[in-house]
Design a protein around this ligand. Structure first.
Ligand code: GTP
Ligand code: MG
Length: 416
């Protein structure tokens, strides 16, 4: 009996992946992730369910924010599971048995539609992906390959700048990548208590397997609770042993899907490009399930990815826009410093006037280089910026005084 991958089926039936998983849940079908396979028997049931939904006007491709309401109307045909035996009757009779039943319970139990969240939904934003892994396992090469094949050839005539982050355009939409210098993995995944990256790619060389910084990167991603994808790189090498990497991963409780776990492992070669499309596809699938949204009209907030001082231009800081929109002329506050944006460039080195959520931009206008991982907010004008800074300075002094006072009290208590 043939099997079909969940995301392939979702694509074929024109529903989003989250919706597909919701349907599988309601059918009691078990799966590990959207790349798990399901039996063909189940496919028939899913089609029936979608047809029924369409007929009753509940909308097959609607948003997925109503999981709880949906759970209440779950048809729960417990007899159906992914373990359907091949001996079971053909899809048609099985469907005929189970479908009328939920239709009845649903109408009987369900009062008018559960109240839906009336707040307008924020627009989707592109996923921010950070690449981590051991030295020389091919992080930069992988990004270079993606950049070369997925970034418009704008750079040809322009200045090649190291922005530390770039936007790739794929058939699935925009993906933002952050280049991670091995020793700074932490700041690019999580900064000041907030996540910078939405997805972490752990790059592991197929000829080297798990190394100390691989474990460190995995620990960081787990601590930040960021979904992880494993890219097993350098599979073009004759000594490459991707199977060993998969086995080794299980020792960290990361069990690859082929072994019945839920860790997505994608074999790739940054040299030949093999598998890179698959990796991009998995990133898009993961992002879709995360349902990433941000308000481009809200107040601006972002984070410093990196900064440096250019002898001619001055301080150049790469800022990731997280919420709101950044404009040339805006005042930005970082720590106890501020700056007015004189100019902005996108990751291709092109001049831009504004930048919305999930956009990495290089900003010119800070008087001092802000530290990586610092939070950035905007202020209406210079006066407002100074006020924010004054408040922060005063808060910091208060905290310092309190600490000194505590120490003094403690010393007094201990006596001479
Ligand atoms: P650090 O930034 O120092 O941590 O290294 P990195 O992980 O960015 O590795 P980098 O991309 O610099 O690659 C290290 C070496 O591996 C280079 O010599 C690359 O040419 C080589 N390399 C990277 N990817 C591949 C690959 O897929 N196949 C082969 N054969 N070599 C690769
Ligand atoms: Mg590198």
């Amino acid at each position: 009996m043939s099997k079909v991958r969940i995301y392939t089926l979702a694509k074929d039936l024109g529903v989003d992946n989250a919706k597909m998983l919701e349907i599988l849940d309601s059918l009691g079908v078990s799966y590990k992730s959207v790349s798990s396979t399901i039996e063909e028997d189940t496919v028939g049931l899913i089609k029936e369910m979608l047809a029924e939904e369409a007929a009753s006007g509940t909308g097959a491709a609607t948003s997925t924010d109503t999981t709880e309401a949906d759970a209440a109307q779950t048809p729960t045909p417990q007899n159906i599971s992914s373990q359907n035996t091949p001996t079971q009757a053909a899809p048609a009779p099985a469907t005929a048995q189970s479908v009328p039943q939920p239709a009845v319970t649903a109408t009987a139990e369900r009062e008018p539609e559960a109240p839906v969240n009336t707040q307008p939904e924020l627009p989707h934003r592109a996923p921010v992906v950070t690449i981590m892994g051991h030295v020389d396992h091919g992080k930069t090469s992988l990004l270079d390959y993606i950049r070369k094949t997925k970034v418009a050839a704008k750079e040809a005539g322009g200045i090649t700048q190291h922005v530390g982050a770039f936007e790739a355009r794929t058939s699935k939409g925009k993906i933002v990548f952050i280049d991670t210098p091995g020793h700074e993995a932490f700041t690019t995944i999580r900064a000041r208590g907030a996540n910078v990256a939405d997805i972490a790619i752990i790059v592991i060389a197929a000829d080297d397997s798990l190394m100390p910084q691989t474990r460190e990167a995995i620990a960081h991603a787990q601590a930040a609770k960021v979904p992880m994808l494993v890219a097993v790189n350098k599979i073009d090498l004759p000594q490459a042993d991707p199977e060993r990497v998969k086995t080794d991963l299980t020792t960290l409780n990361l069990v690859p899907e082929e072994y019945g776990g839920d860790t997505i492992v994608v074999p790739v070669s940054a040299r030949t490009g093999e598998g890179v499309e698959d990796l991009l596809e998995y990133i898009s699938l993961t992002a879709e399930l995360e349902d990433l949204r941000a308000d481009p009209k809200g107040s601006f907030s972002g984070v410093v990815i990196e900064s440096r001082v250019d002898r001619q231009a001055g301080v150049l800081a790469t800022v990731m826009v997280q919420e709101g929109t950044l404009h040339v002329g805006d005042f930005l506050v970082v720590g106890e410093g501020y700056g007015k944006i004189k100019a902005m460039t996108d990751s291709n080195g092109g001049r831009i006037k504004e930048a919305g959520p999930s956009t990495p931009v290089q900003v010119l206008g800070f008087s001092e280089a802000p530290a990586s991982g610092e939070k950035v907010v905007s202020a209406k004008n210079e006066h407002a910026a100074r006020e924010v800074i004054a408040q922060r300075a005063s808060d910091r002094r208060d905290a310092e005084n309190a600490r000194t006072q505590r120490k003094k009290t403690l010393e007094e208590m201990m006596g001479p």
